[in-house]
Unconditional design. Structure first.
Length: 378
């Protein structure tokens, strides 16, 4: 009995030591915990403990040159490097540290977004523009159902947002927004970087948007799902004319029916919207051209695509309720948006042309979702 007691006591001491070691990792040996990033009035401070570093820099998406621009950090007490910068305007930004030339994420920041195969810490600056990017009081549900695509020859993963109250009222049906990502993204891009769940939760809670289902497919025809699931990809040659619009056809003839069968979706054009950014904006335009009577709400964002006068006339004849065209005024695709706006005007298709500051960035696409979601299904 004595041996058992000694063994138990030894295990408890070991567990206590392990727990203390875990806490030490956060408090760095009992020292004052490091806070990073820390917003202080009109400034933000970034900190990183790097005992053996010789040069530490900060790279942030708000800098004049977010691709190569950096700020030097200074070594302080206990080898904590820091830099204090003016607080950027309200938005969500990403950043990382360069430690002796090696990119390092902020170990103190739990806010992280995934961009393709990169994970980056987030800096959310509060303000009017970002008030719907944080958590609401009433939360919808995000799920990842799978559907089978005969067109693409595989089972494929979707991300689906259902609004607060969906599970509690089995008789209520909802309109659906099909929300498409851009090149390099996948079915989690709009959730991770676009803050879709937070934006819809807040707008619905405030009565600014109709409760809706949001479907976010994977727009890469060779992928079954995001690469983080480590599923082998199928070879796909997008230059082959035989592969033209395969994903768009799968979206309209397989995903839409799947959603309307497996979710409480209203199966009418007046209850369907489609929107997408960049490549997804091109998919949005293509879907509206191939199936002009499928969606009553069409929202190309920073879109890589256009339409002929005849195709626009078909949309007008179909009775589109909202055509929301948006682009940043320094976007490399802005000229295409201007030309599309001219074509829509010449063909007499009523539309909203939303021009924002800035370029081909998520700051704009979050803004557009927060804007056009309030116009849907009204």
């Amino acid at each position: 009995m004595k041996k058992i007691f000694i063994l138990l006591a030894s295990c408890l001491l070991t567990l206590s030591a392990l727990q203390a070691q875990e806490l030490t990792n956060f408090a760095f040996g009992g020292q004052k915990p490091i806070i990073s990033p820390e917003i202080v009035q009109d400034s933000v401070i970034f900190r990183l403990k790097a005992d053996y570093a010789t040069v530490v820099k900060l790279s942030g998406s708000w800098l004049p040159n977010p691709w190569t621009g950096t700020l030097d950090m200074q070594r302080g007490e206990n080898n904590v490097w820091s830099v204090k910068v003016p607080l950027p305007s309200p938005e969500i930004y990403t950043y990382y540290f360069l430690v002796d030339g090696v990119a390092v994420n902020d170990p103190q920041n739990v806010l992280v977004q995934r961009d393709g195969t990169r994970y980056l810490p987030m800096l959310l600056v509060p303000g009017e523009r970002t008030e719907n990017y944080g958590e609401a009081n009433l939360h919808g549900t995000v799920s990842h159902p799978w559907y089978h695509s005969n067109i693409l020859g595989m089972d494929r993963r979707l991300t689906v947002y259902t609004p607060y109250g969906y599970e509690n009222n089995p008789k209520k049906k909802y309109p659906v927004l099909y929300l498409l990502h851009g090149a390099g993204g996948d079915e989690e891009a709009w959730i991770s970087m676009g803050r879709t769940a937070q934006i819809l939760d807040n707008l619905i809670e405030k009565g600014l948007a109709e409760p809706m289902i949001v479907v976010m497919p994977n727009g890469n025809p060779g992928q079954a799902a995001a690469r983080t699931l480590n599923i082998p990809e199928k070879p796909y040659d997008w230059r082959d004319p035989a592969n033209r619009d395969l994903y768009v056809k799968s979206l309209c003839t397989e995903i839409v029916p799947f959603i309307e069968k497996n979710f409480r979706a209203i199966p009418k054009p007046a209850s369907r919207a489609i929107a997408g950014l960049s490549m997804g904006g091109g998919h949005t335009i293509s879907a509206s051209i191939l199936y002009p009577e499928l969606f009553d709400y069409i929202c190309p964002l920073s879109a890589a695509g256009s339409a002929t006068p005849e195709q626009i006339a078909a949309l007008k004849k179909a009775g589109v309720k909202l055509y929301f065209l948006a682009c940043g005024n320094t976007d490399f695709l802005f000229q295409g948006a201007e030309e599309m706006h001219t074509k829509l005007t010449e063909q007499g298709l009523d539309h909203v042309y939303y021009v924002s500051d800035g370029g081909h960035v998520w700051a704009n696409w979050r803004l557009y979702l927060n804007t056009f979601a309030q116009l849907l299904f009204k």
